[in-house]
Design a protein around this ligand. Structure first.
Ligand code: PEP
Length: 255
């Protein structure tokens, strides 16, 4: 079944105490104001704080996600963290293919595909990011760019395995810029992405794939974006660092 998800990508922010306060603030907000049952909330702190997160979230309706994983299974890869390690810490989700990793760490579609495979082999749900740069949209190449990203990063998967994937459409020009895609642009791209999944697999798989929007999403624009039939939630960066702001995005589905 298609899920609705709001995931917070903290990126490389917060010291240990601030991370503790942020999780506590979100849980406090949920205790006071509740969380819609039909929305899955995922917190993706830096890997160093995943144990803190999984401990604090134990038995609560909020999941922990990682921001990155190694493409290798294990061994002599200094500094890396494997999917098996994440699974052993009860991490349920992991962001892959984020544009910041593509840009600053030169991650290729092939590496991203390997990361997706590693995660799936440990039953961790990849949140697979795709999205075009501004100059690509300006020349009308945005559909082709995301089509290639899905085709190289995901479409090697068998249908039964693909069903575990969550896609996040994140136009690069909207990430951290304060410029959000319009509701119309988001719906247009999400419908296109769903169509690609339908064509690759079948209608049911397309209908059931969760597709999140990411890029300067906040409590003011979330309701508008989430009201679209093909937008199933958000991957939230900057606005996930304040408990009240993040939780009002979570509640935007019902505004
Ligand atoms: C992101 O980096 O995944 C993101 C969506 O960032 P922001 O919300 O800050 O644009």
């Amino acid at each position: 079944m298609r899920k609705r998800i709001v995931a917070g990508n903290w990126k490389m922010n917060n010291n240990f105490e601030e991370a503790d306060d942020l999780i506590a603030g979100i849980l406090d907000d949920i205790e006071k104001a509740g969380k819609p049952d039909d929305i899955q909330v995922v917190l993706c702190p830096p890997s160093l704080y995943l144990e803190l997160a999984t401990d604090m979230l134990l038995d609560l309706p909020v999941s922990a996600g990682a921001q990155n994983v190694s493409q290798f299974e294990g061994g002599a890869y200094t500094g890396e963290i494997s999917a098996q390690m994440l699974a052993s810490m009860d991490v349920e989700y992991c962001i892959t293919g984020h544009s910041e990793r593509r840009k600053y760490f030169n991650e290729t579609d092939e590496q991203i595909a390997q990361k997706v495979n590693s995660l799936l082999s440990e039953s961790i749900t990849p949140i697979f990011c795709c999205g075009e740069q501004l100059h690509e949209r300006e020349v009308g190449n945005h559909f082709k760019v995301v089509q290639e990203q899905l085709s190289k990063g995901l479409f090697h998967l068998r249908k039964e395995v693909f069903k575990k994937i969550v896609i996040a459409y994140e136009p690069v020009w909207a990430i951290g810029t304060g410029v959000t895609a319009t509701s119309g642009q988001a719906q247009e791209m999400h419908a296109y992405l769903r169509g690609l999944v339908r064509d690759q697999y079948d209608d049911l798989t397309g209908d059931e794939t969760t597709i999140l929007y990411g890029g300067s999403c906040n409590s003011k624009n979330a309701a508008d974006l989430f009201a679209n039939p093909d937008v199933d939630g958000g991957l939230i960066g900057g606005a996930s660092l304040k408990p009240g702001e993040f939780m009002s995005i979570v509640r935007s589905f019902h505004n």
